[in-house]
Design a binder for this molecule. Structure first.
Ligand SMILES: Nc1ncnc2c1ncn2[C@@H]1O[C@H](COP(=O)(O)OP(=O)(O)O)[C@@H](O)[C@H]1O
Ligand SMILES: [Mg+2]
Length: 598
């Protein structure tokens, strides 16, 4: 198959509307041609009606002019509506596809794509494509045709004057453009400096407390004055530039009318042309100027479009390295999700009936992994039997979250294997795997939604009772009364602010509701107070019955109910054992334990 280009990719969307687009372009050809009519008719009025005395023609000619004006308006309205309609539909589908596409891109893609960039792609770059389809395309056609039609029309009247225009107009207009471009940097500087000034003001207002706390008002004022003066200086320089160049631009703009009067007048005197024809020339002068003026802008717009289309196409081409194996269906996972979950089952065997076939045995077999170059997990091996509660302790950056990432297959091991129930995670359908291996991430993320919605995110069609039960277990219930609307309170970015500990508890409730066979709690209680932590620990204990649970924490107290604790340092398991075993020997665990005991 031929390699697809950005352009053919855009075309694959536009082609659905190709008939509409063709009709629109046809109408714009018509409008371009109609633009020639009225100057011709005006010329006839001068020659035939005013000079020739054929007064009876006047109404006819004026009627023609009116028809053309009305017709042009109708056609222009129609094709603009057509293009707007087509372009909006093209963008709708494109945005839909791109959004669905980025939803399934993997973690490592997101690592390398700052969210701001992705947002820009989906907003401003898409809009450049829309703008091209809706406007640039027909403007290119229409302006080229207006230019060509006017040359043909005028040359058929008088080729000498037309030639004079043809020779003189482009260099004059290019000179004008050059002057305008010359002014632009000064103008940009004003804009940039204004942005700097704005940021300064914004930071000072937001960071006002810090400024006061460190008694830096004087320093900040001084810094502001400097930027403020900078703004004055660039503004003055900009104005200076403008007043220097604007007269030249104005003068150049008068060149064409002067040629028309001088050379055109001469031709009329020489009887090579009638006054009416001179009027027609005058009426069509804009047709020489506008397309050339537009040309620069249309080229810019087309380049912008091409660059945006390239970027969007790159995004569309981006592929996840992490995919479900081809021959494995997601059937299991749908069944698991559709079945009612009993939640607190007492044995692995009992719950396996209701919650897919995974038992929850987790094995790392000589796993090595690096995000970039430096290995973060080094030849790590361990086996966790189903139903075990495992603690993981280690300094920040030792690789604890990475272990969790590998279990959920957010990343693939570079070498070695991560096995769930003896089967490589790479051989599972991804959705099935992630329904069975659930995680509360270190940074609890809440959507701009109600508390209930945020918890129920874990499970489609969860009843309120289920949500409430999960919320109770995660001790969300203890602060839900303080929120104005209880479970209906909007939280997240556009809602009320919650403390870190409250967010973590909502995230935990979400995991409890999902009730995966293997649950990973990554520093889930780091921001809750000791008392609540103790209560949550009891909940985790009851909830993790029949589940394999990993509890990643900085607090030794979190490991109270753990069957085994892995001590991770620098990507390796340096020790493992029960709490009692670990405190009985020298090592990192004992150190931390002693320190935290006070
Ligand atoms: N997405 C990522 N891209 C690059 N490096 C990462 C990424 N996530 C973590 N790291 C690095 O990997 C190492 C282990 O991180 P992590 O597993 O989060 O440690 P822990 O959870 O024990 O604090 C750290 O050095 C961290 O900087
Ligand atoms: Mg971590």
């Amino acid at each position: 198959m031929k390699e697809k280009t950005a352009f053919s990719w855009v075309w694959s969307y536009v082609r659905r509307y190709r008939f509409g687009m063709a009709a629109g372009l046809g109408l714009s050809v018509l409008v371009a041609a109609m633009n020639m009519v009225n100057p011709l008719v005006t010329g006839s009025i001068v020659d035939k009606v005013i000079k020739g005395g054929q007064h009876e023609l006047l109404f006819k000619l004026i009627a023609i002019m009116l028809c053309v004006v009305v017709g042009k308006s109708i056609f222009r309205y129609s094709y603009q509506v057509i293009f707007e309609h087509c372009s909006q539909n093209v963008i709708l589908k494109m945005r839909e596809d791109l959004y669905a596409h980025i939803q399934q891109l993997d973690f490592s893609w997101y690592d390398n794509a700052p969210s701001g960039n992705v947002m820009t792609l989906l907003t401003s770059d898409l809009d450049k494509v829309r703008h091209f389809v809706a406007w640039v395309l027909y403007q290119i056609l229409e302006n080229s045709l207006i230019y060509i039609f006017s040359i043909i029309t005028l040359a058929s009247i008088n080729w000498k004057l037309t030639l004079a225009f043809l020779v003189i107009a482009p260099p004059v207009l290019l000179l004008v453009r050059k002057f305008k471009i010359h002014i632009r940097p000064a103008h940009m500087k004003v804009r940039d400096q204004f942005a700097v000034l704005n940021t300064r003001v914004g930071e000072n207002i937001e960071g006002n407390r810090v400024v006061k706390a460190f008694v830096r008002e004087g320093y900040e004022t001084e810094r502001f004055e400097k930027e403020n003066e900078g703004y004055r200086d660039v503004s003055v320089a900009n104005a200076d530039m403008r007043v220097k160049f604007l007269p030249w631009i104005d003068a150049l703009c008068q060149v064409l009318p002067v040629i028309l009067i001088l050379f055109g007048g001469y031709l009329v005197i020489q009887n090579e042309m009638t006054i009416g024809q001179l009027v027609t020339f005058n009426g069509l002068m804009w047709a020489f100027i506008q397309p050339i003026n537009m040309f620069g802008m249309l080229v810019d717009n087309t380049q912008n479009f091409a660059a945006s289309a390239d970027r969007l196409f790159e995004l569309q081409k981006a592929e996840s390295k992490i995919k479900s194996p081809e021959n494995v269906e997601g059937e299991l996972s749908t069944r698991a999700a559709a079945e009612p979950q009993t939640g607190l089952s007492t044995s692995a065997a009992a719950s396996s009936e209701t919650h897919s076939t995974i038992q929850g045995r987790v094995e790392f077999k000589n796993v090595t992994f690096s995000y970039n170059e430096t290995p973060v997990i080094k030849d790590m091996s361990f086996i966790i039997e189903p139903g075990t509660t495992v603690g993981i302790l280690g300094p920040t950056g030792s690789g604890k979250s990475t272990i969790a990432n590998l279990m959920c297959r957010y990343y693939d091991a570079d070498s070695g294997a991560v096995l769930i129930d003896g089967k490589n995670v790479k051989d599972y359908n991804l959705q099935e795997l992630r329904r069975n291996v659930g995680i509360t991430m270190q940074e609890a993320f809440l959507f701009s939604d109600t508390v209930e919605g945020n918890i129920a995110f874990a499970k489609q069609k969860a009843s309120f009772e289920e949500v409430e039960a999960a919320a109770e277990l995660a001790r969300v219930k203890e602060f839900i009364g303080d929120l104005t609307d209880g479970y209906d309170t909007i939280v997240g970015e556009r809602g009320v602010g919650l403390s870190g500990g409250q967010k973590q508890r909502i995230a935990l409730a979400r995991l409890f509701l999902a009730d995966p066979k293997v649950m990973i709690l990554d520093d889930t209680t780091s921001a809750v107070d000791n008392d609540t932590e103790y209560k949550i620990r009891q909940s985790i204990k009851s909830r993790s019955q029949g589940h394999t649970a990993f509890i990643i924490s900085h607090r030794v107290s979190s490991f109270e109910n753990c069957d085994v604790i892995l001590v991770v340092q620098d990507g390796q398991i340096v020790d493992k054992g029960s709490h009692e075993e670990l405190i009985s020997r020298d090592g990192y665990y004992r150190e931390v334990w002693l320190e935290q005991r006070g």
